[in-house]
Design a binder for this molecule. Sequence first.
Ligand SMILES: Nc1nc2c(c(=O)[nH]1)N[C@H]1C(S)=C(S)[C@@H](COP(=O)(O)O)O[C@H]1N2
Ligand SMILES: [Mo]
Length: 215
Amino acid sequence: MKLNHQPTEQGALRPLRKTLEANEKIFNSVFDSSKLSKVYTEKDAAKYVRVNGKIGMLKEVDTSNWRLQVLRGAGDTLKLTLADIEKLPKVHVIFDFKCIEGWSQVSHWAGVPLKTFMEYYHLNDKEQMKYIGLQTIDKKYYVGIDMPSALQSQTILCYEMNNKPLPMNQGYPLRLIIPVKYGVKHLKQIGTMYFSNEKPPDYWAERGYDYYAGL
Ligand SMILES: Nc1nc2c(c(=O)[nH]1)N[C@H]1C(S)=C(S)[C@@H](COP(=O)(O)O)O[C@H]1N2
Ligand SMILES: [Mo]
């Protein structure tokens, strides 16, 4: 899937750009958001979970200051504490986590389904938009997620791994877990979330990877 030494998608050469547009059409027509990724049991889950990717990762995060910032509109930002998120219904997701670098590992995560989160905070109107954008606290790593994948029932705002708070290097205090996508989309240390009909900037798509990174 990696396109070596290609310019960014926006600046892509015409033939490549056509291919990308075709991929997008195919992806959008075949993706079925009701389809579940295979689920595993707790005993299948790795105890020592791989750590990969440290772009935009802070060494420490003080959750007395940290807030998840949800941009609802101009001058309208919801600012939530970790406790706000932890009190929402929690689901466990045990799935085969796949990285485009070629490894995969069954791992165990928990948090609130993004769909439940959006309903709770009356973001239903945002579900009509095409994409969700996420950025790290320092904004150096960022991804765009198509709305059907974001609303799939196994997509969670995750704050636990193996029944414990997320380790720092695995995204404390909050990360995305989205089993229908490759690892690149599972953004660690979420700072900001927003909604858009345009494709949100995406760190690895800008470097030639497939925008959707779907499985
Ligand atoms: N902030 C941030 N999140 C990130 C990355 C990163 O570099 N920075 N790498 C991604 C990639 S490529 C993978 S495979 C997964 C790895 O998650 P893990 O470290 O919990 O195994 O995190 C994703 N989320
Ligand atoms: Mo990855």
